[in-house]
Design a protein. Structure first.
Length: 264
């Protein structure tokens, strides 16, 4: 209930700000004084809907994992939620870098700078990898203290410690794929990343989690390793996608740049 109330207040505040900001006419938020139409809804939907679906795929997977943990046991559910909450907290670091990377890639696209596009995407990826590697090491060394900060239940603490040990590895993949999808978002590549999310989370993570975690009774560690597997696939495929996309954009821009140089 608290989360729902907060979300609705956030929506109201953002709408009020957007509709009353000083430059709303200049940017066509409420129509332009010069007769320019407002931003095309179809264009926004074409970009926004696939990424909304990608978020839905990811969120439903983590929620599905919680349901599977609840089937295993109450203690397993509690331990999984400790690890999930902690991963969500440290992911905020990656989310900031993802947003910055998306903006820099989009700026490069708008400026017709394929080298800048490639550089922005890979620099953002490298930065988040270094940052999350540091966070992962800190998580590994401090996993017992982190677990105890959440609960002192003797049935939950050992499971939470084990889950956080795997979470230390997951944070690196989670942050890296988050920045890669931000880079692709900046390049207006929406559909393929969503399909990659569907493959990685719905067709890899969840089935593995059910089979090993519930069917074979391996519990929380199996659930966490299934997340690791899905995120590994997502990271590799998103990196492959960005490499291919940036290479094609660079190749397409090369003849035009050569022609400009020849005329000069």
């Amino acid at each position: 209930l608290a989360t729902s109330i907060t979300r609705w207040w956030m929506l109201a505040a953002i709408l009020i700000y957007a509709l009353t900001m000083r430059d709303r006419l200049h940017y066509g938020v409420t129509g332009g004084a010069s007769g320019r139409p407002a931003v095309g809804i179809a264009q926004l939907m074409k970009l926004g809907v696939p990424f909304a679906l990608a978020i839905g795929v990811e969120t439903s997977t983590f929620s599905g994992m919680a349901a599977l943990a609840g089937i295993v046991s109450v203690a397993a559910l509690a331990a999984y939620q400790v690890a999930l909450n902690y991963m969500a907290l440290v992911y905020m670091l990656a989310l900031g870098l993802s947003t910055a990377t998306a903006i820099r890639v989009a700026n490069a696209v708008g400026a017709g700078d394929p080298i800048g596009l490639r550089r922005a995407g890979w620099v953002g990826t490298g930065l988040v990898a270094a940052l999350m590697l540091t966070v992962g090491l800190a998580t590994w060394w401090g996993r017992e203290a982190i677990a105890l900060a959440y609960t002192q239940d003797p049935a939950v603490v050992p499971l939470a410690v084990a889950a956080l040990a795997i979470a230390a590895l997951i944070t690196l993949l989670d942050g890296t794929q988050g920045v890669l999808i931000g880079a692709l978002r900046g390049a207006s590549d929406a559909l393929v990343p969503t399909l990659i999310y569907g493959l990685a989370f719905w067709f890899i993570s969840l089935p593995i989690a059910w089979w090993f975690g519930v069917r074979l009774g391996q519990g929380v560690p199996a659930l966490m390793w299934s997340l690791f597997a899905g995120l590994a696939v997502a990271t590799l495929l998103l990196a492959w996608r960005f490499h291919g996309l940036s290479t094609r954009i660079f190749a397409a821009a090369a003849p035009a740049a050569s022609a400009r140089t020849s005329r000069a």
